[in-house]
Design a protein around this ligand. Structure first.
Ligand SMILES: *Cc1c(COP(=O)(O)O)cnc(C)c1O
Length: 395
């Protein structure tokens, strides 16, 4: 592996902090590095590989579509894109979809749609967007403008204007920021990068109310918490609060790059031909992967299993918390879970790699678990026992 990594250092830009491991293949929830070492994957390509590795439905869909038609321009009607839009509409509040290639692109599209909608309906002054403390929405310039951690912006300014930040889970803070210039509020129902922090149910209900009262659109960034991650297909369902626009990506193609926004007819109608687009967005191959993923997730019993697995996982994490005083809280919902520590977590992640578990650490002290949605109890037991062992060291 050392050779490969050294070549990588020569030819790749140095924008990622990478662990010195290179993977060869995966199977179910296990991945194997170039030396043949096995790891159980609780990172899932950062909440991406929802069906794990080598899932028949996904692999066959990609194979079959690749042989027929990989890409064709959006100047034409793309059947898989239509089927995917229909399936998303049938399983959500939304009526229409737009497809792109990543989470940041989906959020860019959400902002453009919200602004265009307000521009047409209320006038050009109504273009401000309110985001939340602890938010993460991507790495493009506009999504950096709505990502609260300023370290991501350093050296890249100026970023687009018209964004401000309310304190997450604090309705008074939001109420103070809304003006006649506000066109949308964007938030993650469960903050991922910000430290696996769910919003409170009553808070989201109040956000919805305040938005409606002020003609402000509500955008949920479900790039990380959507697509079955919470045990519901969409995170908004587990809150019973319906937004106007939802952005999706990560788990949507189970590893094949695809992003989307979905919205009501009323809001979606703000886009007219020429208003927005993407060369690759919603191409036949990407949509085949997403169709296979979505069809699998909505199969009978799949999400019920995610809920059962989550209950078991949370129980086991709580046992770790009881046993190790270094653990502060167990956070999250479904299979987007975190273990908040009283110390930084990066060293524990490295020790995990040695023991054959892939996890990561966000917000410096939250170990994050976002495994494939098909993770089983035996694999969870392996993780818990490895963590138990590692945490023993910090007594
Ligand atoms: C990962 C993530 C994004 C950015 O997605 P990319 O595909 O990396 O552009 C945006 N929002 C949330 C909540 C995310 O977790």
């Amino acid at each position: 592996m050392e050779n490969i990594i050294n070549t990588g250092k020569t030819y790749l830009m140095n924008n990622y902090g990478r662990y010195p491991i290179c993977f060869e293949k995966g199977d179910g929830c296990k991945v194997y590095d170039k030396d043949g070492k096995e790891y159980i994957d609780f990172l899932g390509g950062v909440a991406v590989n929802s069906l794990g590795y080598g899932h028949k439905n996904l692999v066959n869909a990609i194979k079959n579509q690749a042989e027929k038609l990989i890409h064709i321009s959006n100047y034409f009607w793309i059947e898989n894109q239509i089927s995917l839009g229909k399936l998303l509409a049938e399983n959500s509040f939304a009526d229409k979809a737009f497809f792109c290639n990543s989470g940041a692109e989906a959020n860019e599209a959400a902002v453009k749609l919200a602004r265009k909608y307000a521009y047409k309906k209320y006038g050009s002054h109504q273009n401000h967007i309110i985001a939340m403390s602890g938010s993460f929405h991507g790495r493009t310039l506009a999504t950096l403008s709505m990502t609260s951690n300023k370290k991501y912006q350093e050296g890249f300014g100026p970023c687009p204007e018209g964004f401000s930040f309310a304190d997450f889970n604090d309705i008074e803070s939001l109420a103070k920021l809304i003006t006649e210039n506000t066109c949308a509020v964007i938030l993650e129902p469960i903050q991922g990068e910000g430290g696996v922090t769910p919003s409170d149910i009553s808070y989201l209900e109040e956000v919805k109310e305040i938005c409606q009262k002020n003609n402000v659109l509500l955008i949920f960034d479900e790039v990380q918490c959507g697509m079955g991650r919470t045990g519901n297909l969409f995170a908004y369902e587990s809150y019973g609060v319906t937004p106007d626009i939802v952005s999706l990506a990560k788990g949507l193609g189970s590893g094949f790059p695809i992003g989307a926004i979905i919205a009501t007819d009323e809001v979606a109608s703000a886009f007219e031909p020429g208003d927005h687009g993407s060369t690759f967005g919603g191409n036949p191959l990407a949509c085949a992967a997403a169709l296979a993923t979505l069809n699998t997730i909505i199969e009978d019993g799949f999400l019920k299993n995610v809920c059962d697995t989550s209950t078991y996982f949370i129980e086991k994490l709580n046992e770790l918390k009881e046993k190790h005083s270094i653990v502060k809280t167990v956070k999250g919902k479904g299979l987007l879970l975190g273990l908040e520590l009283k110390i930084e977590g990066s060293e524990i992640v490295k020790k995990g790699l040695e023991k054959g578990i892939l996890i990561n650490c966000t917000a410096s002290n939250v170990l994050r678990f976002v495994p494939p949605l098909i993770i089983n109890k035996e694999e969870i037991d392996f993780l818990i026992s490895a963590l138990d062992n590692i945490l023993e060291f910090y007594r």
